[in-house]
Write a protein that binds this ligand. Structure first.
Ligand SMILES: [Zn+2]
Length: 224
C-alpha cells in the first residue's frame, strides 16, 4: 500500500528519478516516455531501494495521468545481483615475432534490440576470419577477442587490458574492432582518418588502403 509515483521522463537519469520518488515516499514508480514510443529503462547498480520501478510508453503514461481516482497494483519480478561473464580469446601464431594483431568484437547485446546486428554480425565475421586464418600461417600473430559485457561500459575489454603486463601491451601492434557490420545500407568511411583521436597509424593504413581500392567516395575523402 502507498503511492505510486508516475514520472514523465525528464532530464535526470532513471536511477535519480526513481530514487527521488522513493525518497518522497513512493512505494512504486512508473516512468513514462516523453516522446512517442516504448521506453525501456535500466537502473543499473545506481538504484538500490527495494520498490518496483517500471517503464511504459508516452501514450500509456499519459492515459494513466489522465485517469482520475486511479488505483493501481504494481508488481515487478526482477533479479538483482552480480553475474559472471567471459571474454573468449583465440590466438593464431604467426611467423613474425614482432607484433600481435588483435581483432575484437563484443559478445553481448542490449535489451532494446535483437542482437543480430549489434553484435551478432561482428562476432560472425570474426568467426569466419578465424576459420580462414586457421587454414594458413599468418605473418603476424592474430588474436581474436570476443568481449563480454561491452554494453555495460567495455567491462570485458577493460578487464583484459588491465590484466596485461607492460610487455604484453607493447606487443600489440594493432587493434581492429568489429561492431554492427551487418547494415543493409552501409556507408564506406574510415573513422578518424586525420588521426586526431589518438594519432593511430593503423587508421591511416586503412584509409590509404580503402582509397586505393576505391571504397571511399571522393566527397568524403577529406573527412575520411
Ligand atoms: Zn555494439
Amino acid at each position: 500500500m502507498g503511492s505510486i509515483a508516475l514520472i514523465r521522463r525528464g532530464d535526470c537519469t532513471f536511477p535519480v528519478e526513481a530514487r527521488n520518488a522513493h525518497l518522497a515516499g513512493a512505494s512504486g514508480v512508473v516512468i513514462y516516455n516523453n516522446v512517442a514510443g516504448e521506453l525501456r529503462i535500466n537502473l543499473l547498480e545506481d538504484f538500490t531501494p527495494n520498490i518496483p520501478v517500471v517503464s511504459t510508453s508516452q501514450e500509456d503514461g499519459e492515459r494513466l495521468a489522465r485517469t482520475a481516482g486511479l488505483r493501481m497494483r504494481l508488481e515487478a519480478q526482477t533479479v538483482r545481483g552480480n553475474i559472471r561473464t567471459s571474454n573468449v580469446i583465440a590466438e593464431f601464431a604467426g611467423s613474425n615475432p614482432g607484433g600481435v594483431v588483435v581483432l575484437g568484437g563484443h559478445l553481448d547485446s542490449v535489451n532494446a534490440g535483437p542482437g543480430i546486428n549489434d553484435n551478432g554480425s561482428g562476432v560472425a565475421a570474426l568467426l569466419e576470419v578465424a576459420a580462414q586464418v586457421v587454414k594458413s600461417r599468418p605473418y603476424d600473430t592474430v588474436r581474436i577477442a570476443l568481449w563480454g559485457a561491452e554494453e555495460l561500459g567495455d567491462l570485458g575489454s577493460q578487464f583484459y587490458v588491465g590484466a596485461l603486463s607492460p610487455a604484453q601491451k607493447e606487443a600489440l601492434a594493432l587493434y581492429l574492432n568489429f561492431d554492427m557490420i551487418g547494415s543493409p545500407n552501409a556507408g564506406f568511411f574510415v573513422y578518424d582518418g586525420d588521426g586526431s583521436g589518438g594519432g593511430c597509424r593503423a587508421v591511416g593504413l586503412w584509409r590509404d588502403r580503402a582509397r586505393s581500392r576505391r571504397l571511399l567516395p571522393q566527397a568524403r575523402g577529406s573527412a575520411a
